[in-house]
Ligand binder design. Structure first.
Ligand code: FCB
Length: 480
């Protein structure tokens, strides 16, 4: 039988002479070789829950930011989002149909501790009890992320992550979460994409809290790192059998042009984007470009406080980034465009599966930890067809190519143990509001009806336990 290499899969996608039927059977069968490999989906609290003023939840910095004029496309907010707070049972049932073994979600800090510190909110905690119990009953492992950007506004009012005390507040919140859910949840991540929410939230603009100041960014970086280390310590001692990590977005930073200024800008962004968190957390030191800049905020022993043993590396990856110099900006850099021949998603993000394989191998070499891909996916302008289905072939093509690239990296030695699609549902995509759809499930926002897209069915076949059965079914169901 012909052995199809995953690298071919990416190339074959546009090749009309090769039947889609054979590609699908081949890549599904190909994607099965690792016992214990976990297939999952990811979401985050502010992007799906809604119910922002219900059952005692306090406001978050995103609630406030969304209300500032001009911040979010179409003036959208997360007030209702996917109404997951009320519809979580239906959403878990969708995951069950999808056949995933794990679900990564985040807890909204202001839902369980409305002021960010002090008293806990029982009704908020009870929501996550219900969610976790429903997941376990469906045989889906909960992966809990403590922080996916929705800082309680009460802490934002005290400077948020620019205030060193925020690390201690975060550690207390981690203790609450560990003691409440640690009997049922073992996988905990401290932060989701710390480089994204610090860079955009405190310096480059575009995210809450909307600050634009280099010193604030440097403080925030260091205090988030301290919060990470403190939370790891609390969870390690508080949760028997805990498996801990953080989730980093890592992307090759490429100069947008061959000019020397863009080259310097790309190196600089690489230090902030790819190094400012993994390096101190896993190696005990900031990238050399940042050492002197962070120095004023360092206290004795901070490096040890930050660098605590973790069990895995959580990776989010969508595309490489292209960087150009921009003097007007506090960091002197800006995001540029990919070369014109690089394919892009409807959101404009470059589609380069090879950069994903490169990133996985790089992380494996640099940090030598098991890797879980905790976000990968693509936005497309999906529409509900007249037959009531959503034909999102570009998403299937993207996922197929990226899963193929991941298996290339595994073949070349990267220790990848799991892959989670972003996202289960279409949801509130930060500054883009509801204008970008990332879900395997289409959400009809006016009615909150959920409609699994074609990619949902594709991923369901990929996650099926028996490769032979999956491949056979794919052959049955696909025709040219
Ligand atoms: C990541 C975020 C996630 C989502 C995807 C598209 O940067 O972690 O919340 O917005 O991008």
């Amino acid at each position: 039988m012909i052995k199809i290499k995953p690298t071919w899969v990416a190339r074959i996608i546009d090749c009309k002479s090769f039947t889609r039927l054979r590609i699908m059977a081949a890549d599904i069968a190909r994607a099965k070789p690792l016992p214990g490999f976990v297939w999952g989906v990811s979401t985050s609290s502010y992007q799906i829950e809604g119910a922002v003023a219900e059952d005692g939840r306090g406001p978050s910095i995103w609630d406030v930011y969304c209300r500032q004029s001009g911040r979010i496309a179409n003036g959208d907010t997360g007030d209702v989002a996917c109404d997951h707070y009320h519809r979580y049972r239906e959403d878990v049932s969708l995951m069950h149909k999808l056949g995933v073994g794990a679900y990564r979600f985040s807890v909204a800090w202001p839902r369980v501790m409305p002021s960010g510190q002090g008293e806990a909110n029982e009704r908020g905690l009870a929501f996550y009890d219900r969610l976790i119990d429903t997941l376990l009953a469906a045989n889906i492992e909960p992966w809990l992320c403590l922080y996916h950007w929705d800082l309680p506004q009460a802490l934002g009012d005290q400077g948020g992550w620019t205030n060193r005390d925020c690390a201690a507040w975060f550690a207390d919140y981690a203790t609450l979460i560990g003691s409440r859910f640690g009997d049922r949840v073992k996988r905990f991540a401290t932060f989701n994409e710390p480089s994204v929410f610090t860079l955009f939230g405190y310096c480059l603009g575009g995210q809450a809290p909307g600050i634009s100041d280099l010193a604030s960014l440097l403080r925030a970086i260091h205090h988030v790192n301290l919060g990470h280390g403190a939370a790891i310590d609390r969870l390690r001692t508080g949760v028997t059998g805990a498996s801990l990590g953080a989730i980093h977005n890592c992307q090759p930073c490429r100069p947008a042009t061959a000019g020397p200024e863009d080259l310097i800008a790309a190196k600089k962004l690489d230090a902030y984007w790819n190094g400012a968190f993994p390096d101190p957390q896993l190696r005990g030191a900031y990238p050399s470009l940042l050492t002197d800049l962070i120095e004023p905020y360092q206290h004795p022993d901070d490096a040890i406080r930050i660098c605590r043993p973790v069990d895995w590396f959580g990776l989010n990856h969508y595309s490489p980034v292209y960087v150009r110099a921009m003097k007007a900006n506090p960091l002197g850099i800006a995001f540029g465009d990919a070369p014109p021949d690089v394919p892009r998603s409807d959101m404009g993000w470059p589609i380069e599966p090879g950069a994903f394989a490169q990133t996985l191998l790089h992380i494996h070499k640099e940090y030598n930890l098991p890797i879980y891909v905790l976000e990968n996916g693509t936005a497309s302008h999906d529409e509900l067809g007249s037959s009531g289905t959503v034909a999102d072939q570009p998403r299937i093509d993207y996922l197929r190519a990226y899963v193929g690239a991941m298996f290339d990296a595994i073949e070349n030695g990267a220790d990848v143990r799991g892959y989670f699609v972003w996202s289960l549902l279409d949801n509130f995509e930060w500054g883009s509001g509801y204008s970008q759809r990332f879900g395997l499930v289409y959400v009809d926002y006016p009615t909150q009806r959920r409609i699994p897209k074609a990619s949902f069915h594709w991923y369901a076949r990929l996650t099926e336990p028996s490769p032979m059965r999956s491949a056979a079914r794919a052959l049955d169901q696909t025709s040219d």
